[in-house]
Design a protein around this ligand. Structure first.
Ligand SMILES: Cc1ncc(C[n+]2csc(CCOP(=O)(O)OP(=O)(O)O)c2C)c(N)n1
Ligand SMILES: [Mg+2]
Length: 671
C-alpha cells in the first residue's frame, strides 16, 4: 500500500485520550511557546509513538546511567522535534529538570534548539540535518551487530540491544536515507527499528506535490521488514508493531505510523503551519480543552509522572545486565576487560609501544612510496593489534588502500556511498567500542562533508582516509583532482586535517588521529610516490603539527619555506637551489595546521619566526596559507581547476615547482 497517498483515513482522528501522550504534547507546546521558537507539530504528532516506545517498558534504558553499555539506543532523526525528546528524558527520570525545559533554546541550557549529544543526558546523537540521525542509527546498529559477534559467548549475550529511530518525511526525502537503508538491509540489521512519522506534511505543505514514493515498497525492496501503515495515534497498535519488529531475526524494520502533525490542536493539526511556529496563547488554550489537559504550563500531575517514571525499572535492568556481565567476566576475563576498555574509548595498553616500533621499522627501511601506501603500511603495523579499528571504503579499497592483511572481518565495503559511509561511521563512533575509519578520493569528501562536520561538532573519533589528494593524481583529470578541499576542510572547526609527506609523517598522523578522543581527523594522501623526508627522531616534532625539518645552512635563515605532503620535496629542493645562490632558508613541514595552532605561542614563533618572510607550497587553493605567510609572503599553489594529464606535466603546467618557490622567495626578499 502506498503510504504517501491521499487516502489518509486516519488523519485527523480525534485521539488524544492518553494522558501520557498528552503530557508530551503539553510540554512541547508550552516550551515552544515560552521560547517563542521551535517546532510543536512533530512532538504533538509523535506523542503516542513515543509513549508506546518509552512509557510501556519497551525501551531498555536506565535514566540514572545514560552510558550503560548495553542500553537501547534512541535516535530522533527528525531533530526539529527536540522538545519531544526533552519531554521524554525529563519524564522518564533523566537528570533534566523541568527548569531546563522552561529554558528551551536559551543560551547554555541543556535543551538546545536541536538535540545535541553530550549536552543533554540521554541524547545519543546530535540531529537536525535531516537524514543523518537515521544514518547514525544504522551505524549504531552496525556497531551492536559487530560487537555482539565479537564478544558474545554461549549463554552470554552481553551485547544485545536495539537501536530505535524516529524519522519523518524529510529524512526519507534526503538521498542519504537511500544509501544507509540499502546497507542496513544488506547487513541484516534486525535490531534496527525505525518508526516513520508519516504525516504527509513538510514545511512547504502537503508532501503530495514533491514526495509520492511508495515508502513501504521502497523499504521492502531494500530487504526490510515493513509494518503498517498503522494508526500512529494508537499506543497499542504501535506497541504491537514494536513487538513484531523485535521478533525480526534477519531484517531491519520500518514501522509506518500514520499521524497528524500537531495532533490535538483544533485549528492547526494537519497543517504545515504547526511544523515550526508556536501555537500562540489562544490556540494553546483551545488545545488544552480539546485534549482534556487542564494543568498549568510545565505542571505534570503526580499520577502521570508515576506512569512515566522509568528510574526503577531502568535501574533493575542495568543491575541485571551487570550481574550477567560479572558472570561473563568470571568465565571470560580477557574478553570482559577488552570490552570495558573499548567501550571506555581507551586504546590498548601497548599502543604507544606499537607506534614507536612501527616508526622505528619505517626508519630502518626507508622507502619512497605514495602516502596512501604509507597509510596502508601503518595500518598493517597497528590495526592487527588495535581490534577496535573498523575500516572501510566507498568502493575504492584498492585505491584508498584502507585494507590490511587479516582485515577480512574488519573492513567494510560501503559501496559508492560517501555520505552514508561518513554518517554511519559517526553512528559507530557514537555507539562506542569501535573506531571507524573509511576511505574515498579527497574530492568526494564534498559528498560526505556535512557528516564530517557533524563528527567535528559532536567531538567524535572518526577517521577519514582521503587519497588522490591533488593534481598529483594525474590523468583522471579535474573532476577528480582536489584543489580547494584541503583548505576548505581545514576551515572546519575541530577537524584535524593531516597531509603527511612520507611514511613516518603518515604514521604520526594515524597515531594522532587514533589518540584523539575529542574529534575527527582527515588524512589527505597522495596517489603518487613521495620521497622519504623524515627520520624516526622527528616523530615528536611531527606530532606538533608543524616543525623545522631542515634548518638553513651557511647562516641565519633569510626566509622560511613551508611545505606539506607531496610538495614538501619542492620546498627541500628550493632550499638547495637557494643555498646555491647564497640564500640560507629554513624548511618547515606543516602536516597539520590545527595541531600546530594548538601549540603554545613560543613554539609557533620558534618555528615560524616573526618578521621572517615565509613562502608556502602546496598543490591546493593558496589562500589558506596567507594566515601563516601574511600579505608579504608568498604561496605557490593552484587557484584553478586541474587538467587531465600525467602528474609531472601538470606540476609543470601549473607552475608548482621548486623554481617557482625560489622565485617567490626572491620576490619576497627584494620587496
Ligand atoms: C538537511 C536538512 N535540510 C533542511 C532542513 C530544514 N527542515 C527542517 S524540518 C524540515 C521539513 C521536514 O519535514 P518532515 O520531516 O516531514 O517534518 P514534519 O513537518 O512532518 O515535522 C526541513 C526542510 C533540515 N533540518 N535539514
Ligand atoms: Mg512530515
Amino acid at each position: 500500500m502506498a503510504s504517501n497517498s491521499s487516502d489518509k483515513v486516519l488523519r485527523g482522528s480525534p485521539g488524544c485520550t492518553d494522558a501520557r501522550a498528552n503530557a508530551l504534547r503539553a510540554l512541547a507546546m508550552d516550551a515552544v511557546q515560552a521560547a517563542n521558537s521551535g517546532h510543536p507539530g512533530a512532538p504533538m504528532g509523535m506523542a503516542e509513538m513515543a509513549t508506546a516506545l518509552w512509557a510501556c517498558g519497551v525501551l531498555r534504558h536506565n535514566p540514572a546511567n545514560p552510558h550503560w553499555a548495553d542500553r537501547d539506543r534512541f535516535v530522533l532523526s527528525n531533530g526539529h522535534a527536540s522538545m519531544l525528546l526533552y519531554a521524554l528524558l525529563h519524564l522518564s527520570g533523566y537528570a533534566l529538570p523541568m527548569d531546563e525545559l522552561k529554558r528551551f533554546r536559551q543560551l547554555h541550557s541543556k535543551t538546545p534548539g536541536h538535540p545535541e549529544v553530550d549536552v543533554t543526558p540521554g541524547v545519543e546523537t546530535t540531529t537536525g540535518p535531516l537524514g543523518q540521525g537515521l544514518s547514525n542509527a544504522v551505524g549504531m546498529a552496525l556497531a551492536e551487530q559487530r560487537l555482539a559477534r565479537e564478544f558474545n559467548r554461549p549463554g552470554y549475550d552481553i551485547v544485545n540491544h536495539h537501536s530505535y529511530v524516529f524519522l519523518g518525511d524529510g529524512c526519507l526525502m534526503e538521498g542519504i536515507s537511500h544509501e544507509v537503508c540499502s546497507l542496513a538491509g544488506v547487513w541484516g540489521l534486525n535490531k534496527l527499528i525505525a518508526l516513520y512519522d508519516d504525516n504527509g506534511i513538510s514545511i512547504d505543505g502537503p508532501v503530495d506535490g514533491w514526495f509520492r514514493d511508495d515508502t513501504p515498497a521502497r523499504f521492502a525492496a531494500y530487504g526490510w521488514k515493513v509494518i503498517g501503515p498503522i494508526d500512529g495515534h494508537d499506543v497499542r497498535a504501535v506497541g504491537s508493531a514494536l513487538e513484531e519488529a523485535q521478533a525480526s531475526t534477519d531484517k531491519p524494520t520500518l514501522i509506518v505510523c500514520r499521524t497528524t502533525i500537531g495532533q490535538g490542536s483544533p485549528s492547526r493539526a494537519g497543517t504545515a503551519k504547526v511544523h515550526g511556529e508556536p501555537l500562540g496563547a489562544e490556540e494553546i488554550a483551545k488545545t488544552r480543552t480539546a485534549i482534556g489537559w487542564p494543568h498549568a504550563p510545565f505542571e505534570i500531575p503526580a499520577e502521570v509522572r508515576a506512569m512515566w517514571d522509568a528510574t526503577e525499572v531502568g535501574q533493575a535492568r542495568e543491575t541485571g545486565w551487570k550481574a550477567r556481565f560479572a558472570a561473563y567476566r568470571a568465565e571470560y576475563p580477557a574478553e570482559a576487560a577488552d570490552f570495558e576498555r573499548r567501550m571506555a574509548g581507551e586504546l590498548p595498553a601497548n599502543f604507544d609501544a606499537l607506534v614507536q616500533a612501527a616508526i622505528t621499522g619505517f626508519g630502518d627501511k626507508p622507502e619512497a612510496v605514495a602516502s596512501r601506501k604509507s597509510s596502508q603500511k601503518v595500518l598493517a603495523a597497528l590495526a592487527p593489534q588495535v581490534p577496535e579499528m573498523l575500516g572501510g571504503s566507498a568502493d575504492l579499497t584498492g585505491s584508498n588502500l584502507t585494507d590490511f592483511p587479516g582485515c577480512e572481518h574488519r573492513h567494510i565495503s560501503y559501496g559508492v556511498r560517501e555520505f552514508g559511509m561518513a554518517a554511519i561511521m559517526n553512528g559507530v563512533a557514537l555507539h562506542g567500542g569501535l573506531i571507524p575509519y573509511g576511505g574515498t578520493f579527497l574530492t568526494f569528501s564534498d559528498y560526505s562533508r556535512n557528516a564530517i562536520r557533524m563528527a567535528a561538532l559532536m567531538k567524535k573519533r572518526v577517521i577519514h582516509v582521503f587519497t588522490h589528494d591533488s593534481i598529483g593524481l594525474g590523468e583522471d583529470g579535474p573532476t577528480h583532482q582536489s584543489v580547494e578541499h584541503v583548505p576548505a576542510l581545514r576551515l572546519m572547526p575541530n577537524l584535524d586535517v593531516w597531509r603527511p609527506a612520507d611514511t613516518i609523517e603518515t604514521a604520526v598522523a594515524w597515531a594522532s588521529a587514533l589518540r584523539r578522543t575529542d574529534g575527527p581527523a582527515a588524512l589527505a594522501l597522495s596517489r603518487q610516490v613521495l620521497p622519504v623526508a623524515t627520520t624516526p627522531a622527528l616523530a615528536d616534532a611531527i606530532a606538533r603539527g608543524g616543525y623545522v625539518l631542515s634548518e638553513a645552512a651557511g647562516g641565519a635563515p633569510r626566509a622560511v619555506l613551508i611545505g606539506t605532503g607531496s610538495e614538501l620535496q619542492l620546498a627541500l629542493k628550493a632550499q638547495a637551489l637557494l643555498a646555491g645562490q647564497g640564500v640560507p632558508v629554513r624548511v618547515v613541514s606543516m602536516p597539520c595546521t590545527s595541531v600546530f595552532d594548538r601549540q603554545d605561542g613560543a613554539y609557533q614563533d620558534a618555528v615560524l619566526p616573526r618578521g621572517l618572510p615565509a613562502v608556502a607550497v602546496e598543490a591546493a587553493q593558496p589562500d589558506f596559507w596567507r594566515k601563516y605567510v601574511g600579505r608579504e609572503g608568498g604561496v605557490v599553489g593552484i587557484a584553478s581547476y586541474g587538467e587531465s594529464a600525467p602528474a609531472a606535466a601538470l606540476y609543470k603546467h601549473f607552475g608548482i615547482t621548486a623554481e617557482a618557490v625560489v622565485a617567490e622567495v626572491q620576490r619576497c626578499l627584494a620587496a
